[in-house]
Design a protein around this ligand. Structure first.
Ligand code: NDP
Length: 325
């Protein structure tokens, strides 16, 4: 089988496509023939070595994949069944999806939801699943379309793009924050009614500013999130899932104690299976058909290292799909 393999050489991460024996795969109950994977921000950090994602080498990266069961010792899955995997540390500490096969625990797999196929599942990928979990967090915080505008930061990335498309399809008024002028047409096509520049959110945040947003989905962290928090409406809800701008949060308690703002963290890696199944069903139902064309570029396994570099250099919009076979 072909796999992208990460190794260490003189303290640096080297990524090369190699032919491996399937016998080298780690232990697990289900072996999957992978059709599609994707490039997520975390994959890009792992492949380039720019983030301390991988601690054991050699490692096959790829935090998500879609494929068909090759062999299963788990009675819940049968040969030929279409499945999806996202998270659970796969592609970080267990060989992942940027390979023709993976062997994983049955508990980590989700059966392909009705109405979805492997290609579209990986256009959604970990990024899209996370966007849906963020939307659910806003809904659970009581934010309906009538409450007011929703702001999405890092809007042209994988999570941000899917969040814009989902919120717009659900009837919310979406305002996108992007660092690039070149993304504006794309974001409008996805459903953003207005686009604000990242620069407007990059200064040191004041404790409180004029109230503007009923809800927020933040993929960026750092000063951008701090500025968003200061602008939230009374009882607004912020779903925070990312750190594309940095992992710090230079804020004050003022939005929380004076405006009743809720800051809800969102994690997809260890999300319980029932919640994943619900999120996948909602993604299939909610995403419009044209999302899958608008938000996708397709590459091969060999092109994954260059794609990872471009993703970290903020040169990509939407999702990067990796065609495995
Ligand atoms: P992408 O690289 O596709 O998107 C990130 C976007 O953030 C970019 O497109 C860009 O949008 C913006 N951005 C990039 N660099 C900076 C910067 N220096 N400062 C401010 N904004 C920046 O990544 P993903 O969408 O896949 O992931 C987004 C974040 O969410 C990542 O931090 C990732 O780790 C996290 N994540 C978390 C998950 C979880 O379970 N909690 C799961 C999946 C992702 P623009 O050009 O429009 O400004």
């Amino acid at each position: 089988m072909q796999a992208l393999v990460l190794e260490q050489s003189e303290g640096k991460t080297v990524a090369v496509v190699k032919t491996l024996s399937p016998e080298a795969l780690p232990a697990g109950e289900v072996t999957v023939d992978i059709d599609w994977s994707g490039l997520n921000y975390k994959d890009a950090l792992a492949i380039t070595g720019k983030g301390k994602i991988i601690r054991q080498f050699p490692m096959v990266p790829g935090i998500d994949f879609a494929g068909k069961v090759h062999h299963s010792e788990d009675p819940r899955f049968h040969t030929g069944q279409a499945v999806i995997l996202t998270g659970w540390g796969v592609g970080e500490n267990h060989w992942g999806g940027l390979a023709e096969q993976a062997r994983v625990k049955g508990d980590w797999l989700v059966a392909m939801p009705e109405g979805l196929d492997g290609r579209r599942a990986m256009i959604i990928g970990t990024a899209g699943l996370t966007a849906m979990l963020c939307v659910m967090a806003l809904e659970e915080g009581g934010i309906t379309p009538e409450e007011g505008e929703i702001i999405v930061t890092g809007a042209s990335g994988g999570v941000g793009s899917t969040a814009v498309a989902l919120l717009s399809a659900l009837g919310y008024q979406v305002v996108a924050v992007s660092g690039r002028e070149s993304t504006h047409d794309y974001l409008r096509q996805l459903g953003a009614r207005a686009i604000l520049s990242r620069e407007a959110f990059s200064a040191d945040a004041r404790p409180l500013e004029k109230q503007r947003w009923a809800g927020a989905i933040d993929t960026v962290g750092d000063k951008v999130l701090a500025n968003v928090l200061a602008q939230m409406n009374y009882a607004g809800v912020v779903a925070a899932c990312g750190l594309a701008g940095g992992f710090t949060l230079p804020t004050t308690v003022m939005p929380f104690i004076l405006r009743n703002v809720r800051l809800q963290g969102v994690d997809s890696v260890n999300a319980p299976t029932a919640r994943r199944v619900e999120a996948w069903k909602r993604l299939v139902k909610t995403l419009p058909a044209d999302f899958y064309q608008q938000a996708t570029r397709e590459i091969t396994l060999q092109e994954a290292p260059a794609g990872a570099m471009r993703l970290l250099n903020n040169e990509i919009t939407g999702r990067t799909l990796v065609k495995i076979r």
